[in-house]
Design a protein around this ligand. Structure first.
Ligand code: NDP
Length: 287
């Protein structure tokens, strides 16, 4: 079997085209959606991610504000900026690009964002709401994965879903969303025994590990849907290209559907950030 590609770029473009109409309608009513993106430090990957987010906002007609801090920024300065943005009526969404410099208490910074502006969905209020099955803002990456499944008519109900990775931003919310969609969910991590055996049971396999080509064909059930969240930069001696957590070339021979890297989950993550920002503005407009 050679898997069909789930093209995240095509789906992202479709969704973003529809967003433009919603943004125009909100703007006409005086509620142009606004996103503030805070970047602390000089991590090159973070700079690229932030630039892509700001560009995507512009293309959709969303107002965006990029706020740069040096790597030695103090926690007080960051918290003061968030407090200011929490009170700014032109800003509906606040995003702090992770990772933060090591001396900053990441949890304290994320908790300082007003839950109604937490478009990344990382605040405890929003993760709690997701856990209770009443999400307000869903973290963008797993949200994008659910949209990809939906667009490809994959109903998780009754299926075995295996997620490799248990981070707060991908693995755990992914598990909650698939559970909410009535899949039978297994979450694997670095302490999981015989991970390959778990993976081989999956009808839907989600890899969010951060290890290039970790998932190989022998770990995949024939006909499985394979979602590759990983974004890894290969070393220069291997070409320096981006690659996922899935060994695409071997796994595509076994899976029925597979996401590529790049061009899979990545574009959907930014798209769902736009969706959450528009949703935040809509809620404010209706308040
Ligand atoms: P984290 O580093 O926070 O989490 C990685 C998870 O993988 C952990 O739960 C860890 O287990 C698990 N893990 C690591 N090594 C192994 C192993 N050998 N066997 C089994 N499990 C292992 O990463 P993130 O969740 O933030 O990101 C994961 C990947 O997704 C990265 O490549 C990242 O760049 C990418 N990403 C892509 C996005 C997109 O838009 N496409 C958005 C966000 C992330 P343990 O908890 O036990 O340590």
């Amino acid at each position: 079997m050679v898997a069909r590609l789930i093209d995240g770029k095509v789906l992202a473009d479709e969704l973003r085209a529809a967003f433009k109409t919603r943004v125009a309608a909100l703007t006409a009513r005086g509620h142009c959606p606004g996103l503030a993106v805070i970047l602390a430090g000089e991590d090159p990957a973070s700079q690229v991610y932030v630039r892509n987010k700001v560009n995507a906002c512009e293309a959709a007609g969303i107002f965006s504000m990029k706020i740069d801090f040096p790597p030695n920024v103090s926690q007080e300065t960051l918290l003061a900026k968030i407090t200011e943005l929490n009170g700014d009526p032109a800003i509906h969404g606040i995003l702090v690009q992770l990772p933060l410099p090591r001396h900053i208490d990441e949890a304290a910074v994320l908790e300082a964002i007003a839950p109604e502006k937490d478009v990344d969905g990382f605040h405890a209020v929003n993760s709690g709401a997701l856990m209770q099955g009443q999400p307000r803002f869903i973290p963008c990456t797993p949200y994008g994965v659910m949209k990809m499944l939906e667009a490809n008519r994959i109903d998780p109900a009754g299926k075995e879903a295996v997620i490799i990775g248990r981070s707060n931003i991908v693995g755990k919310p992914m598990a909650l969303l698939l559970l909410g969609a009535s899949a039978t969910v297994t979450v694997c991590h670095s302490k999981t025994r015989d991970l390959a055996a778990h993976a081989r049971r999956a009808d839907i396999l989600v890899a969010a590990i951060g290890k290039p080509r970790f998932v190989t064909a022998d770990m995949v059930k024939p006909g499985a849907v394979v979602i590759d969240v990983g974004i890894n930069r290969l070393p220069p001696e291997e070409g320096g290209k981006l690659c996922g957590d899935v060994d695409f070339e071997s796994v595509k021979e076994v899976a029925s559907l597979i996401t590529p890297v790049p061009g899979g989950v990545g574009p959907m993550t930014i798209t769902m950030l736009l969706a959450n920002t528009i949703e935040a503005a809509q809620r404010r407009a209706e308040a």
